[in-house]
Design a protein around this ligand. Structure first.
Ligand SMILES: Cc1ncc(COP(=O)(O)O)c(C=O)c1O
Length: 463
């Protein structure tokens, strides 16, 4: 292709994008005025390449999912093999890859060894809610229907998962929400909703679940759902003993505990699953994203044996799970997920995430310690958040326009980062990083330098 032909090809794709593609979380006006999104055509490791050949360090791993990095031939081979052998069959019967993947996942999650597959994190959470409501009905507690989650937590985009989401910005204009979903406070130490300091606070954020369960009446509460670390809501890392305290409250009031590992699973926080590091055994665990590192769409809902057993009965008892997805346990998706977990194991990416995450957090904290627009810097493994504030004497969040300028500056420096978007009015001030777990030390230095420059330049009004 000549230079001119390739220029025309780029222009044609940009025009077709403008005309035909509706992008998530995006205002299209700038596109109509001639701007274009990045059109990404390839990638290796933590780097992606656009249609014009520009390279970007993808510090967001797509949407926080490409854990093993881009360009992994092992996953291509697994998909190709499976597609030529058996491209599709539903899990109303069975097939070898769904069985092998389930046995592999059960080796990490012996407390929740029964897996129902879906295509996304939202669907994984929808099923958790449905199955738990059915469980309580089958156990003589039909009024246990309410699901309690947290402010700033994110559980998905479908109407049930959105109702469980504690982000008013995501719900706006889509009301009314599904009834029966309630939010309590987040374990947000930097902006403690109780104006207290850990550990003197005695974990009032966890106690908020107990207060709410008592107010509602435990007989009406079905489940609590939490992310081990609130991810898209601003990388909110709880105190070490918070999740255990929540699990104890759930158990005390006979409420099921769902842990949403959609972001935190598969090494992201330096553990294969974050809840295991926090020492809790939930009744249900949901996962997606890193399950196949984004190479195929797949989610899963993992249930305890006690929950699974409650669905066993005579064939006409009506006790079976009446929930089906056409693509649940898709052979190609399960084959890729299995190969993906093997890669994570063979390359010890979980411990790498812990090591590189500590390196990244240490470097970014050091680089930003005297930058007046940098507030709290926090993280766990390769999941890191930086709060941008108006001034160090005043932790007021910067405006959304400041965040957009930082993100744009970073793209111009060849870095793709995440930022809180449509979480809460005037409080979307967190820059977020979840790079592929294969990110290198020199890429971390590149990232820290660019982020520091971006914040200072935008703060000084330079962009
Ligand atoms: C914690 C959490 N749960 C659930 C979801 C929903 O997953 P999906 O976008 O695959 O539906 C997300 C997506 O970002 C998430 O971050």
């Amino acid at each position: 292709m000549t230079v001119q032909e390739s220029r025309l090809n780029v222009q044609r794709l940009q025009e077709q994008d403008r005309n035909y593609v509706w992008h998530p979380l995006t205002q299209h006006q700038a596109f109509q005025q001639g701007a274009s999104p990045l059109i990404i055509t390839g990638g290796e490791g933590a780097v992606v390449r656009d249609i014009e050949g520009n390279e970007f360090l993808d510090a967001a791993a797509g949407l926080w999912c490409v854990n093993v990095g881009y360009g992994r031939q092992e996953l291509v081979d697994a998909a190709t093999r499976q597609m030529s052998q058996l491209a599709y069959y539903p899990l109303t019967q069975s097939h070898p890859m769904a069985i092998q993947l389930s046995a592999k996942l059960a080796s990490y999650l012996p407390h929740v060894p029964h897996f129902y597959y879906s295509n996304s994190g939202s669907e994984a959470n929808e099923l958790a809610f449905k199955a738990i409501r059915q469980y309580w009905k089958q156990n003589g507690k039909p009024s246990k229907v309410k699901i309690i989650s947290r402010h700033r937590g994110y559980h998905g985009t479908t109407l049930g998962a959105l109702a469980a989401t504690g982000q008013p910005g995501r719900k706006r204009d889509y009301e009314p929400m599904a009834p029966g979903f309630i939010q309590v406070s987040a374990p947000y130490c930097y902006r403690c909703p109780f104006h207290l300091t850990y550990p003197d606070c005695a974990l009032q954020c966890a106690a908020d679940f107990e207060r709410r369960i008592q107010i509602e009446d435990p007989d009406t509460v079905a489940a609590i759902i939490v992310e081990p670390v609130i991810a898209g809501g601003g990388v909110i890392v709880p105190p070490e003993n918070y999740l255990r305290a929540v699990a104890e409250i759930a158990s005390k009031y006979n409420v099921k505990l769902i842990v949403d590992e959609v972001v935190t699973g598969f090494g992201r926080t330096g553990e294969m699953f974050a809840h295991i590091g926090y020492g809790v055994k939930p009744d249900v665990v949901t996962m997606a994203k890193g399950l196949a590192s984004g190479y195929m769409p797949i989610g899963a809902t993992a249930f305890s044996h006690e929950m699974f057993e409650a669905f066993i009965g005579p064939v006409d008892s009506g006790k079976h799970l009446r929930h089906v997805n056409t693509y649940s346990g898709h052979p190609v998706a399960t084959a890729v997920a299995f190969a993906n977990i093997q890669l994570i194991e063979n390359e010890q990416l979980v411990s790498r995430s812990q090591r590189m995450g500590a390196l990244f957090l240490g470097k970014v904290k050091e680089a930003l310690k005297d930058v007046r627009w940098a507030g709290d810097v926090r993280g766990k493994g390769l999941l890191v958040g930086v709060e941008l504030i108006q001034d160090s004497s005043n932790a007021a969040p910067v405006a959304d326009s400041f965040m957009r300028s930082v993100a744009k500056y970073l793209v111009n420096r060849g870095i793709i980062a995440g930022k809180a978007t449509d979480v809460e009015a005037n409080h979307n001030n967190i820059l977020m990083f979840a790079p592929p777990l294969v990110i290198t030390e020199s890429q971390i230095s590149q990232l820290v330098n660019a982020v520091t420059d971006a914040i200072i330049d935008v703060g000084m009004g330079g962009v």
